[in-house]
Design a protein around this ligand. Structure first.
Ligand code: AMP
Length: 536
């Protein structure tokens, strides 16, 4: 074997800091239409944060959590935390207190950076999260009460009071340190608690390069990138890192998802590339004509299937379809990107629409294959045969943080996605269904198993099954089918009242349907497919 003679330099997020300073100092990051800073300022704050984290004695490898919307300070943490060899743990601000506490505790977060407006959602858990040594408040325009507690510190004061770290952050990484953990993001387990996906510097930077690959997303310096998808959800699809590597301007929408706010921001900032879940794109549709969106070159939709009708509505109104993006938290998250190829240029309209409706083609370096759910053989890539989608690549998880989840991986190390799909002769993947017992509402997961347990804890419930009902706004919403104990007069309102304190509010089923018995399969197991067919 002959080893190549190339420099063993690590792939590290720290690289972004100097690149921003040296190449793109004057490019800007706009937040919520109220604040604009340059990348020079972002990098300066990241260097000051490096000192802050040292001064707070946050160890190398420690988990540093964020509980924040998409804003400039969050971006600074995206840089500073991994660039100093700590691990950025983005917390989902929509979780119930129970899940949040489990996750912070499981990750052993040392510090939590929390946006002021979100304090009321997480501070009540502080007493139970005694391992968190510091709560650092990111100022915003809210007047939420800031607890007078020695653990609570102010972000801006800390940053202003710290000297910027002057060394080269990238040089502090040895070659093999590209495999150090850089980010942590928890995803819903079908059964059991949420599971942590632990990104490395190497995986993040390779994924980042993937988002720059021309012909797919192809982020370029000339882009103005607006990740509407939250920065707590799988690194906002890698777009903040991609934009910084390319030197593209960033527009971060802040806490509001109001259609008018998003559209006026897009128009005013001349956004070229925006990304969101289909629920958001649906909500913007009625107001599209009121705004000048002529700066756009690409609209990305993913996290859930983008209906062809929605994509075509955008094509008719703004001249651009929604480009499908398939991915998973475990895939950093982008695995495939939709769209036509050169050979489709002259194809009939319906064929182009059908191609665009596919979840897409694998990103460079990502491998996709199917596995028959019965016997595990690989079905033909004929665009018709369905199998479980499996994925492999340098930005695909190989395990979960501190839990055994061997059934999530094949013997040869591919990730089992839990999605059912076809792959055609040109490598296009189309999702057909889902094996995992989860409901995706507005881009976020609801565990049917957990919801069933909450409903079943009512003493009058004999049997319950929760399934997804397609929903024009949210994609899917939970519907609960319930068999009551004999003689019980419990109503849907009673059940809703019982479940309310047990789950996040948006998890509450849209409907409780009472049945004498639940449908069963030939072997006597509950048939969710029969219930799904009834619900659709
Ligand atoms: P998450 O880890 O929350 O990003 O969820 C990943 C899952 O979301 C996938 O396994 C799919 O079930 C679903 N998903 C993501 N992108 C798409 C898409 N473009 N079309 C359909 N489902 C999707």
């Amino acid at each position: 074997m002959l080893t190549g003679l190339m420099q063993p330099r690590p792939l590290t997020i720290a690289h972004l800091v100097e690149r921003l300073e040296q190449l793109f100092a004057h490019k800007t990051v706009a937040t919520a239409g109220t604040e604009r800073v340059t990348y020079a300022e972002v990098a300066d704050h990241a260097r000051r944060l490096a000192t802050v984290l040292d001064d707070l004695d946050v160890p190398v490898g420690a988990r540093v959590a964020t509980f924040a919307s998409n804003n400039r300070r969050h971006l600074e943490l995206y840089l500073a935390v991994p660039a100093t060899k700590r691990v950025l743990h983005t917390l989902n601000i929509r979780l119930s207190a129970e899940h949040l506490e489990y996750i912070v505790d499981h990750a052993e977060d040392d510090v939590v950076f929390v946006e002021r407006a979100l304090l009321p959602r997480i501070w009540p858990s502080a007493e139970r999260l005694s391992r968190v040594r510091h709560w650092i408040v990111l100022p915003d325009d809210s007047d939420a009460a800031v607890p007078a507690d020695p653990r609570v510190l102010d972000y801006d004061e800390l940053v202003a009071g710290a000297a910027p770290y002057r060394g080269c952050l990238e040089d502090a990484f040895a070659a093999e340190e590209e495999n150090l953990a850089a980010g942590l993001c928890y995803t819903s387990g079908t059964t059991g608690p949420p599971k942590g996906v632990l990104y490395s510097h190497r995986s993040t930077m390779l994924h980042c390069l993937g988002t720059l690959a021309a012909g797919l997303v192809g982020i370029a310096e000339s882009d103005v990138v607006m990740p509407i998808v939250p920065m707590f959800h799988a690194n906002a699809w890698g777009l903040p890192y991609g934009a910084m590597l390319a030197g593209a301007a960033l527009v971060l929408p802040g806490p509001s998802a109001e259609p008018e706010h998003l559209l006026s921001l897009m128009a005013r900032e001349r956004v070229t590339l925006a990304a969101a879940v289909p629920t958001v794109w649906t909500s913007l549709l009625p107001r599209l004509d009121d705004h000048d969106l002529s700066g756009l070159r690409m609209l990305l939709g993913g996290g859930a299937a983008v209906p062809a009708s929605l994509s075509e509505a955008y094509r008719a109104r703004v001249g651009l379809p929604l480009t499908h993006s398939w991915g998973m938290t475990e895939v950093s998250p982008v695995g495939a990107i939709g769209g036509t190829r050169s050979r489709h240029a002259g194809a009939a309209e319906e064929e182009q629409v059908a191609v665009r409706a596919a979840q897409g083609q694998p990103m460079p370096l990502v491998r996709l294959r199917l596995s028959d759910v019965e016997d595990g053989h690989e079905p033909p890539r004929d665009g018709r045969s369905i199998g479980e989608l499996q994925v492999a690549g340098p930005w695909v998880a190989s395990g979960y943080f501190r839990v055994e989840a061997t059934d999530a991986f094949t013997e040869d190390g591919w990730l089992r996605t839990g999605d059912l799909a076809t792959i055609d002769g040109e490598g296009y993947v189309r999702l057909a269904d889902r094996m995992k017992d989860l409901i995706k509402s507005g881009g976020e997961w609801i565990s049917s198993v957990e919801l069933e347990a909450a409903i079943a804890s009512h003493p009058d419930v004999a049997e319950v099954a929760v399934v997804a009902r397609p929903d024009p706004r949210w994609g899917e919403r939970p519907i609960a089918y319930v068999v009551l104990r004999e003689g019980s007069a419990t109503s849907a309102d009673d059940l809703a009242r019982h479940v309310s304190p047990l789950v996040a509010r948006w998890w509450l089923p849209d409907e409780f349907v009472f049945m004498p018995v639940l449908p069963k399969t030939g072997t006597g197991k509950l048939s969710k497919s029969a219930l799904r067919a009834r619900t659709a």
